[in-house]
Design a protein around this ligand. Structure first.
Ligand SMILES: NC(=O)c1ccc[n+]([C@@H]2O[C@H](COP(=O)([O-])OP(=O)(O)OC[C@H]3O[C@@H](n4cnc5c(N)ncnc54)[C@H](OP(=O)(O)O)[C@@H]3O)[C@@H](O)[C@H]2O)c1
Length: 250
């Protein structure tokens, strides 16, 4: 069963490369009403983006602690029950003081905590606080950005301990959310999404080893995800899908 026409769209972690591309993709869809974008900065990074001044786009700022997320939920009250697409885009792999571990001696507790906070805890808190906002008769497809490296059965190379584990833990939490949502929020379908290797800040330091044809633009992946969401079924299950819509083994 395909879902009904898209209504309003919520993009959480909207300031990153994939978040921005999703905003542009949904704003280009005449079936979409409003796009609500939430990020730490509360605005786009690309001030020349042609869609910036669209009146159908609303930005909300959040620092992603639970109190500030609840304030976002308060601002979403006028839109409650109208979201047909939600994209949760948070994720860090590296920053100015952390780098993915090559060997177990590189594991650092504070870096691991920072990665879990962004990649695992923040998306889970959104799924906790948003349930009343999403409850509706309108089908609502929620895509949470995971990664193929979060697949335990696919882990042949090791390394990247914290990032891998944060995404594996995210997948596990999403499975539990799917079980409970199937009882309490029957209009919501959850997808753990692997975008492939995408040309954004997150992958920049690692792109040299990626064959050109395997490095996707964020625009391409946003299109792929929009198509995947449009054909998703409300089956009460968590789907773990890649950019081509193919299932990944947990
Ligand atoms: N790019 C790839 O090759 C690739 C591959 C596999 C999976 N992914 C996943 O795709 C998603 C989007 O990544 P991207 O490529 O768009 O990366 P990006 O451009 O670096 O965007 C980073 C995202 O993470 C959020 N973020 C950063 N630090 C955070 C923190 N401390 N707490 C909470 N959120 C934080 C940002 O939120 P703000 O909007 O507030 O800035 C933004 O949404 C991530 O989950 C990533 O793991 C990407």
């Amino acid at each position: 069963m395909s879902t009904a026409a898209t209504r309003n769209v919520l993009v959480l972690g909207a300031g990153g490369g994939l978040g921005q591309a999703l905003i542009a993709r949904f704003l280009s869809d005449p079936e979409v009403g409003m796009v609500i974008a939430v990020s730490r900065s509360g605005q786009t990074k690309d001030l020349s983006a042609p869609w910036l001044s669209q009146s159908r786009l609303v930005w909300i700022q959040s620092q992603y602690d639970e109190q500030s997320m609840l304030e976002v939920v308060g601002k979403l009250v006028p839109y409650a029950g109208t979201f047909s697409r939600v994209c949760i885009c948070h994720g860090i792999l590296h920053d100015d003081h952390l780098w993915p571990e090559k060997r177990f001696e590189d594991i650092d507790a504070s870096a691991m905590l920072e990665i879990f906070q962004a990649n695992t805890i923040t998306p889970s808190l959104w799924l906790k606080v948003l349930h009343k906002t999403l409850a509706s008769k309108l089908p609502c497809i929620v895509a949470v950005f995971s990664a193929r490296v979060g697949s335990t059965s696919d882990n042949r190379l090791g390394g990247w301990y914290s990032y891998r584990a944060s995404k594996a833990a995210l997948n596990s939490l999403l499975k539990s959310f799917a079980v409970e949502y199937a009882r309490r929020l029957k209009n919501v379908k959850l997808i753990a999404f692997h975008p492939g290797t995408v040309d954004t800040d997150l992958s920049k330091p690692f792109q040299a080893s990626v064959p050109e044809q395997n490095l996707f633009s964020a625009v391409f992946v946003a299109d792929q995800l929009a198509e995947i969401m449009a054909s998703a079924d409300l089956d009460g299950q968590l789907s773990y899908l890649d950019w081509a819509g193919k299932s990944i083994q947990f």
